[in-house]
Design a protein around this ligand. Sequence first.
Ligand SMILES: [Zn+2]
Length: 171
Amino acid sequence: MSVRFVIDPIEFVNNASVHRDKIALRELMRLRDVLFSDEGALNYQIRGHVDSNGRPSLKVSIKGDVSLICQRCLNSLVHEVAIENDLYLAKNNAEFDRVNENNSIDAILAVPELDVIDLIEEEIILSLPISPSHGDNQCDPYQSGLNKSSVDNASQSTNPFLALAVLKKTN
Ligand SMILES: [Zn+2]
């Protein structure tokens, strides 16, 4: 059901190919796990080129908003994705390891069938904050799972954790 887009990365570089498209968040199975909502889409572009040092590379741009889960209040936290990354195409594992020792270069293995959507998803996941949260005092107090008064009003809440907390209290 999900959309796949496979390229031969070296051929992509040799042809100086460019591909741009939109990817629906609901297609990105691994990313969905950390999202508050999988509504919406991201724009991406992938361009094959030889960088200023003569290295075959894929330039990846990804833009759009995703809705993460705030680790304080478990509500939606809008996060802007704005990725511009140049990925060096390593010919084999030895080259990949050698290049990765240099922290200023991101490398990927130039496998003959590179799944672009997988790559895009990986880049997005790597770019996300490890523990996303609203700023201090920016969480919505009426929906916060940590807020005492909202536990008392849990009958009006749809948060299953709050409902559970009330259940434990009454027993
Ligand atoms: Zn929050």
